[in-house]
Design a protein around this ligand. Structure first.
Ligand code: IMP
Ligand code: MG
Length: 178
């Protein structure tokens, strides 16, 4: 992993290596493969942030499954806001399906809480949540995360899909704001 990087006006330092991410994503995939034996889950990947995590995780899923993409937005700059807007909707029938939501990061939890309320109105059989990163101290909701890669302190990070003002998503490891 290289050293300090600059994105726009901010500096970031290496935080989670790509090797560590691979290892943890492999663990999550194994758990999901074992929990969903004989099932046919529908993965809902939350864009844009989850695109790399979803891709790496799903390559390791050995179940018959379907994959769809949803776009939500709730974040500007480095502050989470309660303003959740659905930008790109869900066009498939999820009634009676076993849903696994794939998120990059859960911070306050507002984004996912809003999304789950929306999903429940469409009567899925079950909903489970997979997030690569969980900022436990920032969490303001009471729902449970079923699959979590890393619990981290409440500091802003970028890379592996996560952005700072839409930059940094392509980094193959995770960096933390200095
Ligand atoms: P929440 O609604 O506060 O849980 O925020 C979730 C969304 O905020 C995520 O899907 C990310 O898009 C964004 N977010 C939260 N924390 C970070 C961070 O540290 N870096 C980049 N994006 C973040
Ligand atoms: Mg996101």
């Amino acid at each position: 992993m290289s050293g300090v990087i600059e994105i726009l006006d901010l500096k970031f330092q290496p935080y989670i290596s790509s090797e560590k991410i691979d290892e943890v994503v492999g663990d999550l995939a194994r758990q999901i493969n074992s929990d969903y034996q004989e099932k046919n889950p529908l993965f809902l990947c939350v864009l844009n942030g989850s695109f790399i995590f979803a891709s790496d995780l799903l390559k390791k899923i050995s179940l018959p499954c379907n994959i769809e993409f949803v776009r939500l937005k709730s974040y500007e700059g480095t502050q989470s806001t309660e303003n959740v807007r659905e930008v790109l909707g869900l066009n498939v029938d999820i009634k009676n399906r076993d849903i696994i939501v794939i998120e990059d990061i859960v911070d306050t939890g507002h984004t996912l809480a809003h999304f789950m309320d929306y999903l429940r109105t469409r009567e899925p059989k079950s909903i489970k949540l997979a997030s690569l990163i969980f900022k436990k101290e920032a969490f303001q909701k009471d729902f449970k995360l079923d699959y979590v890669g890393f619990e981290i302190e409440n500091k802003f990070i970028v890379g592996y899909g996560l952005d700072y003002n839409e930059y940094g998503r392509n980094l193959d490891s995770i960096y933390q704001l200095i």
